[in-house]
Ligand binder design. Structure first.
Ligand code: HEM
Ligand code: HEM
Length: 182
C-alpha cells in the first residue's frame, strides 16, 4: 500500500503553503470580495437598501482587513526562506498586492481621521469626534483610496488568471500550492 499523503504542516514549504498562509489567503480573499461588493454597490446602487446593507460594513471590515494583512505580512516574512519560489515577476506582483492591501485601508482610516467625525470599527473607539475637518487631507485620502482600491481589484483579476494558467516545471498547476498546499 502506498503511504498516506502527509497533511501539510503549519509552516510553508517549497512545494506548498502551510495551513496558516492558506487560511489567511482564502479568508482575506472572501473578505475582500465582500469589501469590493460594498464599494461597487455604493457606486452602482446609491440610496438603495442593498447599498445600505453592504455599505454599513465597509469601514469596520476595512479595519479588520488591515489587521489581517499585517499579521499575514509578518507570517510571510517568518516563512520567507521556505515558501514556494514564485519567480521574480510573480514575487514582485505579490509584493505590490501587499503594499496595496496596506495602503488602501490606511488611506481610508486617514480619511476618517481627517473628517473628524470619529471612527469606531466594530464599536472599538479609534478616534473620537473633533470639531474640525482637515479638508485637504480628506480630499487626497479620498482620491487615492478609491483609485488604489480599483487598481487592487484589477491586479487581483490578473492574479487569479495567472494562478489558473501558470504551471510548474513538472506541468502541475501552481494553484495547488494554495489549495492543497503541495
Ligand atoms: C482593504 C480595505 C479596503 C478596500 C479594498 C476599500 C476599497 C474601496 C473602494 C474600491 C471604494 C470606492 C471608491 C469609489 O467611490 O470609486 C471605497 C470607498 C470608500 N472607502 Fe474603502 N476600502 C477599504 C477600507 C476602508 C476603510 C478602512 C475605510 C475607513 C475607515 C474606508 C472608507 C471608505 C469611504 C468613506 C469610501 C467612500 C468614499 C466616497 O464615497 O466618497 N475604506 N473603498
Ligand atoms: C479566486 C481567487 C484567488 C486564487 C485562485 C488565488 C491563487 C493563488 C495561488 C495559487 C497562489 C500561490 C502562487 C504560487 O505559489 O506561486 C497565490 C498566492 C498569493 N495570493 Fe492569491 N489567489 C486568489 C485571490 C487572491 C486575493 C483576493 C489576493 C489579495 C490581494 C491574493 C493575494 C495573494 C498573495 C499576496 C499571494 C502570495 C502568497 C501570500 O503571501 O499569501 N490572492 N494565490
Amino acid at each position: 500500500m502506498p503511504p498516506p499523503v502527509s497533511p501539510s504542516g503549519v509552516m510553508d514549504r517549497p512545494d506548498g503553503y502551510g495551513v496558516v498562509s492558506r487560511s489567511l489567503h482564502w479568508l482575506m480573499a472572501a473578505l475582500l470580495a465582500w469589501q469590493f461588493t460594498s464599494a461597487a454597490v455604493r457606486q452602482l446602487l446609491p440610496e438603495t437598501p442593498i447599498e445600505a446593507f453592504f455599505w454599513s460594513t465597509h469601514t469596520s471590515l476595512g479595519f479588520l482587513l488591515l489587521i489581517l494583512v499585517l499579521l499575514r505580512g509578518v507570517w510571510a516574512l517568518v516563512n520567507l526562506g521556505r515558501r514556494p519560489d514564485s519567480g521574480l515577476l510573480a514575487g514582485l506582483g505579490h509584493l505590490v498586492l501587499y503594499l496595496l492591501m496596506i495602503a488602501i485601508p490606511t488611506l481610508g482610516i486617514l480619511r476618517a481621521y481627517a473628517r473628524g467625525r470619529g471612527y469606531s470599527p466594530f464599536g472599538i473607539p479609534v478616534f473620537s469626534p473633533r470639531d474640525q475637518e482637515i479638508e485637504p487631507l480628506v480630499e487626497v485620502a479620498n482620491a487615492w483610496h478609491g483609485l488604489l482600491g480599483w487598481t487592487l481589484l484589477a491586479l487581483i483579476v490578473g492574479h487569479v488568471g495567472m494562478a489558473f494558467l501558470h504551471r510548474r516545471a513538472d506541468g502541475r498547476r501552481v494553484l495547488t500550492h494554495m489549495t492543497k498546499g503541495s
